[in-house]
Design a protein around this ligand. Sequence first.
Ligand SMILES: Cc1ncc(COP(=O)(O)O)c(C=O)c1O
Length: 402
Amino acid sequence: MHRTVYLDNHATTRIDPRVLDAMMPFLQEQYGNASSRSHEFGLTGAAAVDVARTRIARLIGAEPREIIFTSGATESINLALKGAAEAAYGRAGKPGRHIITAATEHPAVLDTCAHLERAGFRVTVLPVDRYGRVSPDDVARAVTDDTILVSIMWANNEIGTIGPMADLAALCASRGILFHSDATQAVGKIPVDIGHFPVDLMSFSAHKMYGPKGIGALYVRKRIPALPLVAQIDGGGHEQGLRSGTLNVPGIVGFGAAAEMCSQEMEKESRVIRGLRDHLVNRIRESLPEIRVNGHPVDRLPHNASITFPGQRADQLMHAMKGIAVATGAACSSARPGPSHVLKAIGLAPAEAAGTLRFGLGRFTTRDEIDYTITSVVNAATAHPSNRQWSINESARVPAQP
Ligand SMILES: Cc1ncc(COP(=O)(O)O)c(C=O)c1O
């Protein structure tokens, strides 16, 4: 029997049918531009955007006016980092103006930092421990009088480790440094309440939480004086002048509906998903005791299992598993060949990284699918001796991971 099991929910999630239902009227009869205040079409769109903004704000404990809509987390991150840097010292920077981040960040952060470095800013990329956590003490030691921004992710997209957010936020607040967090993998999966974690800027995306692709948000803390941020897309002054461009009303409505479902269902849903994830790991380990589970043993996303199969090749395992959509322990974008920078940062050798699979469970994952996956993985790892023939050179060709 041929099956397809989707276990790549870190890359993207299936849109929830209830989200699609909420969006449909705004793709069909309610197609007004939310900025057109002179007629019913526009007013209906604007009202729907207001509802969605309120729902999204509620999910993260923010106020609606603190939500700036973007096209996704990558754009939010670019706005946060470039916008804060530019507000502090201009687009060209000033040599030495300093930004701190960590080695396990998503390329959206690392490449934006590299851009800022080329523009004259100085960037410190901190190492992480073997679980993928950055130490707040290391951040404190890296801070200089010139530090303008710290950017540390809430939860890692490959190994699921959750960062020490409370300590990092408190540290930055006490030193008067802006703190941005890429919370793309965390929002909608674990409680993210910016009332408890005083971040200044936070990026996230609808398609990671059962919403549509092409819509995301940047949380911008409202404070006096206003948080210094320069728009990176200029135009009609939408989104409080921080992100111009006609609002994606259907996308925003879908994002809002997805957020509302997460607010109401996340607690129960994570319990179920964690149970399935633990079942997957435990059963694989019973048959293959040599596996290594990457990431923090406790502070981790409930739906993540990054597993290294010593002596195996992940691409061959995946091929032998047939019909199971997982990710290999690889890089974070298809443009980036070579072993995953995250697995490298936590100390895995290239060969180990190339023997790593990332299982990402989700709302629609069933127990039956997990049982099928366990059998398939164990069979693939034991029944194909050729899976054990690989070399470090070959490991450099592993494909990419979003
Ligand atoms: C941690 C993290 N940050 C940022 C992104 C980029 O998100 P988007 O696809 O919404 O631009 C991703 C998506 O892969 C991610 O996992």
